[in-house]
Design a protein around this ligand. Structure first.
Ligand code: IMP
Ligand code: MG
Length: 196
């Protein structure tokens, strides 16, 4: 446990550490190595005409920030864009069909897209977003998720890149929330007593 995790553990309630800040940093770095050599992305060049890196708000904003910086140090400098979907409401289970609440503010224009999301869970969000980006004209859609909860899949969809296989628990931190809390935690944790 590092100093930040130790400080947080003294406040109430303290999520239990599932993936530490150090583990996440090392894994994001390794993911950037893999992504930089993906055939859809490796020769795309840099800047606005090249790759479009799309962050699915809100939960993926920390993962996306770390991943694009790791990519930058490997010579990949994508344009970054955001969209937002919702299916959870305030609960810990998807309570409604996935809906787009904020669309991209830039055109895709036949570019390869790197889609970044926090968790692949039932699969509905990734399937929805991949279809949406395809419909908007993406040349290719390559997906990277920090966590994969394979046990909860409802439809057959996989990410191209996965940070960690995640047990069937509701998780918070590193961008992810429970009812609006915990997004700023530097680690991924579980809330005692809360099941996925
Ligand atoms: P899916 O559509 O069921 O695959 O869910 C994907 C989305 O649900 C993710 O992008 C997250 O925003 C959210 N989600 C799923 N599981 C969790 C969790 O354990 N904690 C926080 N958000 C979650
Ligand atoms: Mg999400």
């Amino acid at each position: 446990m590092n100093a930040a995790e130790d400080r947080l553990s003294k406040s109430d309630p303290a999520p239990d550490v599932l993936f530490s800040a150090g583990q996440i940093a090392a894994r994001v770095d390794a993911l950037a190595d893999e992504i930089a050599f993906h055939p859809h992305l490796k020769n795309a060049g840099s800047g606005p005409g090249s790759i479009l890196a799309v962050c699915a708000l809100r939960g993926a904003f920390v993962f996306a920030a770390d991943l694009v910086r790791a990519l930058s140090s490997r010579g990949i400098d994508p344009e970054v864009a955001f969209l937002q979907v919702e299916s959870y409401g305030a609960g810990t289970r998807p309570s409604q069909p996935v809906r787009l609440v904020r669309d991209l503010e830039v055109g895709i224009g036949d570019r390869p897209v790197l889609l970044m999301d926090d968790i692949l869970d039932t699969g509905n969000t990734l399937e929805f977003l991949t279809r949406h980006l395809d419909d908007r004209g993406a040349r290719t859609v390559t997906s990277a998720v920090l966590l994969d909860k394979a046990a909860r899949r409802e439809i057959s969809v996989e990410a191209d890149f996965v940070g960690f296989d995640c047990p069937d628990h509701f998780v918070v931190g590193y961008g992810m929330d429970a009812g609006g809390r915990y997004r700023g935690l530097p680690y991924v944790g579980t809330l005692p007593g809360v099941r996925a």
